[in-house]
Ligand binder design. Structure first.
Ligand SMILES: [Zn+2]
Ligand SMILES: [Zn+2]
Ligand SMILES: [Zn+2]
Length: 201
């Protein structure tokens, strides 16, 4: 693939098709993360919103760079490379905006697992089901008069951590028992060896 000599955050139409190629090839998670990084504003670390491109080629959300410049007294410069900029020379980066829209829709980037039935975020843990469910699942179960044992995710984590601690304690006790059994067995074997040597004489 052709390597562009321009900074990677500078999306010209050439780079645009290059990134599109990556998407059709089903990029790896690392590649997705790389692309995602490029589509995040260095000031707010979130997806670009109304990205403005400065004369140096760096991009920022319009609101972010305006806020940043409000705090400057006289000269305005790029927060990334410190190059002097004029607001009138900044342009909206429509290509970048479209890219952000496209990439955000990729299923790989959905950070929260979704309910296969309702498409909502899985935010509850159902104890009787032993799995994560969404709020709609909960309503369905409640309307059917089923068990009301739902846990918020953080509570579920807490609950299982406690269970784990109990299991760990039980395991450690069992391990100790096994260890002492093994010692007893070794003693018995040693005693047997001594006895058979004595008897053999
Ligand atoms: Zn921003
Ligand atoms: Zn810059
Ligand atoms: Zn559901």
């Amino acid at each position: 693939m052709e390597v562009s000599s321009k900074p990677s955050s500078n999306f010209d139409p050439g780079n645009y098709t290059e990134v599109n190629d990556l998407i059709t090839q089903i990029p790896s998670k690392v590649q997705i993360q790389d692309i995602t990084m490029e589509l995040h504003c260095p000031l707010c670390n979130d997806w670009f919103q109304d990205p403005l491109m400065l004369t140096c080629g760096h991009n920022f959300c319009q609101a972010c760079i305006q806020n940043f410049w409000k705090r400057q007294v006289k000269e305005i410069f790029c927060p990334e490379c410190k190059m002097m900029c004029q607001y009138s020379n900044c342009t909206f980066n429509l290509v970048l905006e479209k890219l952000v829209e496209k990439i955000k829709k990729l299923p790989l980037l959905k950070s929260h697992p979704q309910c296969p039935e309702h498409g909502e975020n899985l935010k509850l843990f159902s104890k009787p089901d032993g799995k994560l469910i969404c709020f709609q699942c909960k309503d369905v179960r409640l309307s059917m008069g089923q068990s009301k044992e739902f846990l918020q995710l953080s509570d579920a984590v807490h609950f299982f951590m406690e269970e784990l601690t109990i299991y760990q304690g039980q395991l450690e006790a069992t391990l100790k028992e096994l260890q002492s059994l093994k010692n007893m067995q070794q003693d018995a074997i040693a005693a047997y060896k001594v006895r058979s040597r004595v008897e053999g004489l």
